[in-house]
Design a protein around this ligand. Structure first.
Ligand SMILES: *Cc1c(COP(=O)(O)O)cnc(C)c1O
Length: 485
């Protein structure tokens, strides 16, 4: 295992502060008081809170050790497919932390907030250019909430036309949030089967698209990392029956400056700023999932949005058709700042290059690992590639075992068992920010794991063996979560 990233260094165990504390330890010393002591009202302070007594170094070591248990993109490669765990340049963090920006109060009036409103206004414009759409709302806080906004817009559109449509088409490669968002808005998801080449066929869509179907939710490139090359014809088939096309733009990192969702026939699209546009994510938030629409649907967008008129930038409420607010204030503003800063610092040419390199890196990993791992859809991919554990079945080794063993080699595991159309899926998205040396090291680590699957399968069944914790009982953890530490 020499020469790999490896988790073999000092990772120290750490008890709770309560277990560490000893009566009488102090973290600071107070100056002698010059004021005579006076009793505090009885009852107010009979018993102090249950805080442990700790010295300064106890506290510093405690939190420093805990911080070293984290694995993040700043510590190593994080090839989690469909999540775009790319490196987030620190300049964008610095922009978001600028006091004038970070301390802007959401209830300040427009005249006192011209700078921050301008950032939001420009971001709306940048995202419109990148997606080819006409209008953007920055309100949604995540991709899934962008989908919810999109489905509410679908529902509002049909309501405004006096039509009742109850179903929505969703391919079998879709992210689970798609059917969930549609169902929340009262639509019944109708599954669509992808073809043998991992793409949707126009006939599959046309056969199911009827007057009761609101339209389709399509991810492009899809979660197999494959471009839905029939998308224009699919969109035409949906539009021909009066339906709308929803684009899940979570995979925009593959196509910035290359493919234009609008020209593909998309009517509503969400973006995941925390994936494509440089916000560290994976710990549960915050994120941002702006929703972008064609002109005919602008009136339904969530509000407020920033507009510019003679007096400058201001927040405009939605009209009577708007689906309303999705956020207490104006979206997750610090995430918006990072995206604005990322787009400004990259510029159009470099955004395009980022997508090209993301695609190149995924294809590189795919070519180097195919043969070692089973590749169910052997064709050029976009930003991610999907393998399966089929070659390892003879040794009794499954995807989960290999994923766990990669932890011993110092890697966050790839996405596993998704998309559902590939049994035992292993979905790798290296992103553009990994250099060739790091990709080679990852590939070598994966090859070593596959070799171990044949030579020492028992070891893999126990993996991880070098991490702080061994294999967890995930079912028990989900059924009986221990939330009290
Ligand atoms: C991540 C993802 C989503 C959901 O986005 P969140 O920001 O996690 O809510 C939806 N669709 C696809 C394809 C995704 O990869």
């Amino acid at each position: 295992m020499n020469g790999t990233v490896g988790a073999s260094g000092l990772i120290l165990n750490e008890p709770l502060l309560w277990e560490k504390g000893r009566k009488g330890r102090r973290g600071m010393s107070m100056v002698e008081s010059g004021v005579p002591p006076a009793p505090i009202d009885a009852g107010l302070c009979d018993e102090g809170p249950d805080f442990p007594d700790l010295s300064e170094i106890d506290v510093i070591r405690h939190y420093t050790r805990l911080s070293q248990w984290n694995f993040g993109i700043d510590s190593g490669m994080y090839p989690l497919g469909s999540c775009t765990m790319k490196y987030n340049p620190k300049i964008n963090e610095r922009m978001a932390a600028t006091p004038e920006i970070a301390c802007a109060h959401p209830m300040l009036d427009d005249a006192s907030s011209q700078g921050v409103l301008r950032i939001m206004f420009e971001l709306q414009q940048f995202l419109a250019v990148i997606t080819g759409m006409d209008a953007v709302s920055l309100q949604p806080s995540a991709g899934a909430q962008g989908e919810l906004a999109g489905m509410l817009i679908f529902a509002a559109w049909f309501r405004s036309r006096g039509e009742k449509r109850t179903k929505i088409l969703i391919p079998d490669t879709a992210h689970g949030t798609n059917p969930a968002s549609a169902a929340l808005c009262g639509f019944t998801p109708v599954p669509l089967k992808s073809g043998d080449d991992g793409r949707l066929a126009v006939e599959t869509v046309a056969a199911l698209m009827d007057g009761e179907t609101a339209g389709i939710m399509l991810t492009n490139p899809n979660t197999l990392g494959i471009f839905e090359s029939n998308i224009r014809a699919i969109a035409e088939a949906v539009h021909a029956r009066g339906g709308l096309v929803y684009g899940d733009g979570a995979n925009m990192n593959a196509i910035m400056g290359i493919a234009d969702p609008r020209k593909c026939g998309v009517d509503v699209l969400h973006l995941n700023l925390h994936k494509t546009f440089s916000t560290p994510h994976g710990g549960g938030g915050p994120g941002a999932g702006p929703v972008c629409v064609v002109q005919a649907l602008e009136q339904f967008l969530p509000a407020p949005r920033v507009i510019r008129d003679d007096s400058g930038y201001r927040l405009a409420d939605g009209g009577p058709s708007s689906i309303g607010r999705l956020h207490a204030f104006h979206g997750n503003f610090s995430v918006l700042v990072r995206a604005w800063s990322y787009i400004r610092s990259m510029g159009p040419e470099d955004l395009k290059k980022a997508s090209q390199l993301a695609v190149l890196n995924a294809n590189y990993v795919k070519e180097r690992l195919k043969g070692t791992l089973h590749l169910p859809y052997d064709q050029p991919s976009l930003h991610e590639c999907v393998f399966s554990d089929q070659f390892q079945h003879d040794h009794g080794i499954r995807t989960l075992d290999m994923a766990k063993r990669l932890i011993d080699y110092g890697y966050h595991p790839p996405t596993v068992y998704f998309p559902l159309v590939v049994p035992g899926a292993i979905m790798i998205e290296p992103t553009e920010t990994e250099c060739r040396d790091d990709l080679d090291q990852f590939v070598e680590a994966f090859k070593a794991v596959v070799q171990e699957a044949a030579d020492t399968p028992d070891l893999l069944l126990q993996a991880p063996v070098r991490a702080k914790l061994r294999r967890l009982d995930e079912t028990r953890a989900a059924r009986h979560p221990c939330l009290c530490g």
